[in-house]
Every structure is written in C-alpha cells, then in structure tokens.
Design a protein around this ligand. Structure first.
Ligand SMILES: O=P(O)(O)OC[C@H]1O[C@H](OP(=O)(O)OP(=O)(O)O)[C@H](O)[C@@H]1O
Ligand SMILES: O=c1cc[nH]c(=O)[nH]1
Ligand SMILES: [Mg+2]
Length: 209
C-alpha cells in the first residue's frame, strides 16, 4: 500500500480544529466537513490523468486539459454524505455511487444496509468518501463491495484516520491509497479515534434514536 497522503496546510488545520471542538454546532460542523473535503479531494486528484483539449480563448487558440477517465465518487452513509456535494463540486463530471454502513458500537463490526453502485467499476478511478477511518472495518467492507463490482483503482478519502485503520486497510487492500487531513494517535477502548472529533454522523445529522 502506498504511504498515506496527509494534506498539510494551515487552512486544513483551522477546519480540523472546528471539527474537533465539542462546542461546534451541527451547521458549522457540516460547513467545515464540506470545506475540508474540497481540500482533501483536491489532493486525492493530484495525479489524475488528463488529456489535451483544443479551445479558443477570446484572444487566441490554446490547449487545455480535461480529465481522461470519469471518476466515481462513493460516499459511505451516513457520515460520508456530508462530503458528497463538496467532492462533486471539485469533480463535476464524476458519477456517484452510494454505500450505507453502520458500525455496531459494541462489536465494532459494520453492517451494510445500502449498496447502489455502477454495474462495472473496472478501469475507473474510485474515491471512497468517509470522514472517519477508525478500525478500518467500514472502509475495508466498502472496498470489498467495490472490488466485487470490478474496481481496480480505489482511493480512501478521509478527514481523520487512525493508525489502526490504516494498517488494517493496508492488509485487506494493499493497492488502495489513503488521503486524509490528519492521522491521529490511536483508538480508545470504544473504537473512537483519539483525539478525534467524536461520531462524525451524529455531529452532522444528530444522534440516531
Ligand atoms: O473504521 P470503523 O471502525 O469501521 O469506523 C468508521 C465508521 O464509523 C462511522 O460510521 P458509523 O458506523 O458511526 O455510521 P454513521 O455514519 O451512520 O454514523 C464512520 O463514518 C465510518 O463509516
Ligand atoms: O472516532 C470515530 C470512530 C468511528 N466513527 C466515528 O464517527 N468516529
Ligand atoms: Mg456514526
């Protein structure tokens, strides 16, 4: 597995601080998720191949660029839904699939409740969007589904990752790259990232009953 790519930038640090602060309200939290997603997706697309396009400016003709292969974005519900629109704004031509995963907070095992994906993902770069990579179970399970659909070029795009999740993903899917805004210290005994930001789904959308 390639080394995780951590986006280092003062504007990233400021947004992360907003996310980590327990006094941040839900609307401000969602706004920081969107802003940070734009930065992390920008980095995730750094090596995307382009092809030349000829165009006219008001002054002359010139050569521009367009993405060579349509990207597929896959937010992992619920928390990844907050990243979807900002990622799509960065890559407007992308198509989007959806995976729903919920982690049992006792066993830490994820259950899939939704998989809406293009029939074939072969040859298409796929960015999986989930703010939290904790034990790595949800991300590894999502990528299992993508591989079943033929995916061969997958990047996990996260906001906060734990070393444990990165290691698990490296073992389960060694070809998958990780791009994140931060790699934190560790998981606690409840499987939460430390220092982390709490439950990214609850902080955006409210606690489930
Ligand atoms: O790496 P893991 O240990 O699997 O944990 C990470 C997962 O936990 C959170 O989702 P959660 O299950 O809380 O669902 P939610 O987005 O609906 O809150 C998060 O958004 C990831 O999907
Ligand atoms: O810290 C964590 C771990 C899993 N899921 C979250 O939302 N936060
Ligand atoms: Mg949650």
């Amino acid at each position: 597995m390639p080394e995780p790519r951590i986006v280092r930038h003062p504007l990233v640090d400021v947004r992360l601080t907003t996310l980590r602060d327990e006094t941040t309200d839900r609307a401000s939290f969602r706004a920081a998720v969107r802003e940070l997603t734009a930065m992390v997706v920008y980095e995730a697309m750094r090596h995307a191949p382009t092809r030349p396009v000829e165009l006219r400016t008001p002054v002359t003709t010139t050569t521009g660029a367009e993405l060579a292969t349509p990207t597929v974005l896959v937010p992992v519900l619920r928390a990844g839904l907050g990243m979807a629109e900002a990622a799509h704004a960065q890559v407007p031509g992308a198509i989007m699939g959806f995976v729903g995963m919920a982690r049992d907070e006792e066993t830490l095992q994820p259950t899939t409740y939704l998989a809406s994906l293009p029939a074939s993902l072969a040859g298409r770069p796929v960015l999986v969007l989930d703010p939290m990579l904790a034990t790595g179970g949800s991300m590894a399970g999502t990528i299992d589904l993508l591989v079943e659909h033929g995916a061969d070029d997958v990047t996990a795009v996260c906001l906060v990752a734990a070393p444990e999740g990165i290691a698990r993903l490296a073992q389960a899917h060694p070809g998958v790259g990780v791009v994140a805004a931060a790699v934190d210290e560790r998981l606690n005994e409840h499987g939460y990232i430390v220092p982390g930001l709490g439950d990214a789904g609850d902080r955006q959308f409210g606690a489930m009953p």
